[in-house]
Design a protein around this ligand. Sequence first.
Ligand SMILES: Cc1ncc(COP(=O)(O)O)c(C=O)c1O
Length: 408
Amino acid sequence: MTETGTIDWKYNESVQSKETLASLDRFTWKEANRARTFHQTFDCYEETPLASLPRLAEHWGIGGVYVKDESYRFGLNAFKVLGGAYAIGRYLADRLDMDIGDLSFERLRSPDIRQRLGEITFVTATDGNHGRGVAWAASQLGQRSVVYMPQGSSPTRLEAIRAAGAEAEIMQWNYDECVRHAARMADEHGWVVVQDTAWEGYEAIPEWIMQGYSTLAIEAIEQLRALGVDKPTHVLLQAGVGSFAGAVTALFASVYGSERPAIVIVEPNKADCLYRSARAGKLQIVTGSMDTIMAGLACGEPNPAAWELLQDYGDLYVSCPDTVAAKGMRMLGNPLGDDPVVISGESGAVTAGLLDQLMTDPALAEAKDRIGLHANSHVLLVSTEGDTDPARYRDVVWDGMFPSFARA
Ligand SMILES: Cc1ncc(COP(=O)(O)O)c(C=O)c1O
């Protein structure tokens, strides 16, 4: 069992030797661009910034570090809406018997389309960011949404979801139990589940959600190219159920083939289901309350579709204590020299905290060598959320909650 408080890692040996790898057909540049084209029809669409941090790269002794800052996404402070909005768009396109390529967000809001669709209720379970995205997309389209949040969810995040238009409540269960409740309620009331994880017989919507996340990856690839970086050598991706990491990994594998960057999957100790799956060589589940400050990553059951991709294309799996996320928040919020500030929340900053640890902690030298992190490396991180819980952000960044020195 993983000991809370240490950084544990597993290098995926089999990734080099397997002959048949999971299909990348659904995560090609063309598919990703289809999602981006739909997102580009939203009034609020704007590419999120890619922050280059040359002073930090110099401090670590690497070639470059780049942070895709998803706090700017649609004014919602997190990337998640990309998935929920695209899945709802694809679902409605199917109901209308139309192609998503022929439907803009504006057209979906039009009175004739709304009349053809009638009233639809979308339901989901979420730590916060996904629910806020679903609530926002549903209400923009004049539809209803219901959101169940796990025990211990932040009241601020609950209010943000309500403000985005959903009926939302915090339940007495963990994330995975809330997912099952959402599915039961959908069965009972004829609602549509928009969940960011798949199970047998429920695969289309989670796949559309994953494809929706690809928008940020193609933006990042183009932004890196504009900076003269043809390809990042390393991509660090945080994971809850693994849908985000799976989608981004698959796109990089599809674009760069055997020359793809080294992919590092990062989870909290308390919910490290993908790390454990990598160790066991088969899908593993973590149960219990999963008490971590990385609320967005507090999921114990991997999305099987994401695991299928990650087990073939992910190189290193890392399980981290909360102190790593807290260090990442402080580093990104207080940059060196004239590097730009990135306001990054608990789930957003854990990869920055881990990169610091990989570059400075002799105990992780072997992990660093395995993935070939060195002076010529150009590392891409995604700050998947801003300060979605502002009080907790201040606890950590102002008041020093979860200090690094307590880690030893
Ligand atoms: C901010 C943030 N980052 C990363 C993730 C992880 O995404 P996934 O559950 O698809 O692994 C989440 C999930 O909610 C999140 O909210």
